[in-house]
Design a protein around this ligand. Structure first.
Ligand code: ZN
Length: 250
């Protein structure tokens, strides 16, 4: 029986080269599976962000939104990841503040771990628990404005006062009022200031009657064009206070 002729070293080298080339261009099944998973994650993150935008328009609750997401099989891991992304992109930060219900003169920030009020020795938490007696949520406005000012479209809108057509004989907007001119002065071609109007009101949470009532403290951006400045979606939320603090808000 004749033995097969041994392969030439050059031929073996060429075959090895071709084999390596093939593996370079064809992703391994493991890699393929991973990239498919990443693509699905990106799609589901996009879907959850769309759901959050719809929630903003309709005012539906988190529980309703989660039920819709369940029917689309969007995992909780993805929802949390998308929420973190929204917070990061919007510059939104939230701090929980606790107030003293004995003297109403002291507020604990998250870094303050004391349990007694330094002014009146009043309690911070319910007896025997870690539940604060009074809590409010604070969203620092500076971080939100910093992110917004990075958008050219937002900066252009803030220049509305300078760019608009107006007639000095008529008062057509808040910009024409004597108070505005006294406080803000004349506008310039380069944006140097933003005027904000502080508003506090109480609303039922989730637009449902008899549901928990909240007291949002918002800023209206007066420098925006009038058609945009009064829309809730363009206001900057600074604080959320439980309605039971009505009358105690100082
Ligand atoms: Zn106190």
């Amino acid at each position: 029986m004749r033995r097969p002729a041994p392969r030439q070293p050059a031929l073996q080298k060429e075959m090895k080269k071709r084999k390596n080339k093939k593996t370079e261009h064809e992703p391994s099944p493991k890699k393929n599976k991973k990239s498919k998973k990443n693509a699905t994650d990106v799609q589901q993150i996009g879907a959850w962000i769309q759901f959050r935008l719809l929630q903003r328009e309709t005012g539906c609750s988190n529980s309703s939104l989660n039920k819709i997401a369940d029917s689309f099989s969007i995992p909780m891991r993805i929802r949390r990841q998308a929420d973190r992304l929204i917070l990061q992109k919007s510059g939104a930060k939230v701090l929980e503040l606790n107030g003293c219900i004995s003297c109403h003169k002291f507020v604990w920030t998250p870094s303050n771990k004391s349990t007694r009020c330094p002014q009146c020795n009043g309690r911070r938490y319910h007896p025997g628990s870690k539940t604060p007696l009074e809590r409010a949520f604070y969203f620092p406005i500076r971080a939100q404005l910093r992110k917004l000012l990075k958008l050219k479209s937002f900066r252009d809108l803030l220049s509305h006062e300078y760019n608009r057509t107006c007639n000095s004989k008529f008062m057509s907007d808040v910009f024409d009022s004597p108070a505005w001119q006294q406080i803000a002065g004349l506008p310039s071609a380069v944006l140097t200031r933003i005027l904000l109007h502080y508003c506090v009101d109480a609303i039922p949470a989730f637009a449902i009657k008899h549901s928990i009532s909240l007291k949002p403290c918002c800023f209206l951006v007066l420098s925006l064009p009038p058609s945009l400045r009064y829309k809730a979606s363009n206001m900057l939320l600074q604080m959320l206070i439980p309605s039971k603090l009505k009358g105690d808000f100082r």
